[in-house]
Ligand binder design. Structure first.
Ligand SMILES: Nc1nc2c(ncn2[C@@H]2O[C@H](COP(=O)(O)OP(=O)(O)OP(=O)(O)O)[C@@H](O)[C@H]2O)c(=O)[nH]1
Length: 392
């Protein structure tokens, strides 16, 4: 057999190579897409987050598509309608505020008891007792009266510690005068609303007190309208507006600088038209000119009384101002017939003795005490609770 020519061997080798290349190509193409691929089954615990036990899975809602609207814009939450606050009920408010009263006034009673329980009540001790009372703003005449009564009773009845405490408690109570009528006159007659006029120097807490009284009345299910007759300071009307909004009480106001009497008149007119139980009127208290103040307050009262009698005139005094407060009290009492006193900021002063001094000075009872900046930090003045707070 003749040997094949050399080029034949080359041709055969090339053919074999071509067959191998085609076979490999077919196999690769089948793997890549020709058949159905099965996704790798990943271990589930590695991909799925563990179920949360502390909260429910949030419900995710697909955003509704609006034609022509950008899908990327995040949803804007609707503004919630303002919800009305429910003022704190009387019982819990009183318990809370009694504790606060003890905190601010307790030192006075403790100081007195420490002096009274000394073995020997000599002249120095009585002088220290007098100083303690004067420092607490009780006033000179009531201090002398109290010290005289204590001296007499402890001499006659004996000064044993428990008894000294009892005697001090009784004498302090007598000084605060538990017989005064401290009810707020918030109810009118002949179908008309009660009208409460709130007066006092700027900054003593007048507007705040009007707001707090409003809340107490709302908590008692009374209907209320408030009048922002402090037109001297625009922020005062705004401030009162906020107090009203929070508990759903409407506030009648006028532009800055309006005649306060006209705002007071409109507020009472509104109160009568709506048949509310009480109209609360805030006033401005510029003291730079006594005659001007008397004119202004006198006019406010006269104008209101064309519509309905003013049932209560509350004078607001800041307990921290001591003798200054007493001077203010005198001026206001001359300007308008004050029927009750509100002593604010008693939480920030250990000088609770001002209760006694101001009642003596004006012959008018302290009816309410302010014990903090919180919206429900106003309490009726209760003589026994006050003395208990003093003595701890
Ligand atoms: N700690 C304490 N602060 C009080 C009390 N009552 C009012 N205040 C604060 O005293 C400041 C003055 O209160 P306002 O009600 O604005 O005083 P105002 O007398 O109405 O003053 P004008 O609006 O300027 O007439 C505010 O910061 C009140 O929060 C209180 O009983 N205790």
């Amino acid at each position: 057999m003749d040997a094949l020519p050399g080029w034949t061997y080359v041709l055969i080798a090339l053919s074999i190579l071509a067959v191998i290349v085609v076979a490999v190509a077919i196999s690769v193409s089948l793997r890549a897409g020709g058949g159905k691929s099965v996704p790798p089954s990943a271990p589930t615990d590695a991909v799925t987050p563990p179920p949360r036990t502390d909260q429910e899975a949030p419900e995710v809602t697909a955003p509704t598509e609006v034609p022509g609207q950008e899908a990327a814009a995040p949803p804007v939450p609707e503004e919630a309608a303002p919800t009305l606050e429910r003022p704190e009920g009387t019982a819990s408010r009183l318990v809370r505020l009694r504790q606060r009263l003890s905190r601010s006034q307790g030192a006075l009673g403790k100081g007195l008891l420490a002096l009274l329980s000394r073995d020997k009540l000599d002249e120095d001790t009585w002088e220290s007792i007098e100083d303690t009372l004067l420092t607490a703003d009780i006033g000179v005449a009531p201090t002398t009266e109290l010290v005289d009564n204590l001296r007499t009773r402890l001499r006659v009845e004996g000064g044993e510690a428990g008894h000294a405490r009892q005697v001090l408690s009784e004498e302090l109570l007598a000084l605060v005068n538990p017989d005064l009528d401290r009810r707020l006159q918030v109810t009118g007659e002949d179908g008309k609303p009660g009208v409460v006029l709130v007066v006092g120097v700027n900054g003593v807490g007048k507007t705040t007190t009007v707001g707090k009284i409003g809340r107490i009345l709302v908590a008692e299910d009374r209907s209320v309208v408030m009048g922002a007759a402090d037109t001297f300071r625009a922020a005062a009307a705004e401030q009162l507006g906020t107090w009203g909004e929070r508990v759903g009480v409407d506030v009648v106001r006028g532009p800055e600088g309006t005649d306060p009497a006209s705002v007071a008149f409109e507020a009472v007119k509104e109160g009568i038209a709506r048949g509310v139980d009480t109209v609360l009127v805030d006033t401005a208290g510029r003291l730079q000119n006594k005659a001007g103040l008397m004119d202004e307050l006198g006019k406010v009262k006269r104008v209101i009384e064309k519509l309905a009698p003013v049932t209560e005139v509350l004078l607001v005094l800041d307990a921290t101002t001591g003798q200054n407060g007493m001077i203010q009290a005198r001026v206001f009492a001359e300007a308008v017939n004050v029927t009750g006193i509100v002593l604010t900021k008693l939480d920030g002063s250990a000088k609770g003795g001002i209760v006694v001094a101001v009642q003596r000075e004006l012959g008018v009872p302290v009816k309410l005490v302010g014990l903090g900046e919180g919206p429900d930090d106003l309490a009726p003045f209760d003589p026994q609770a006050f003395v208990d707070a003093l003595l701890g």
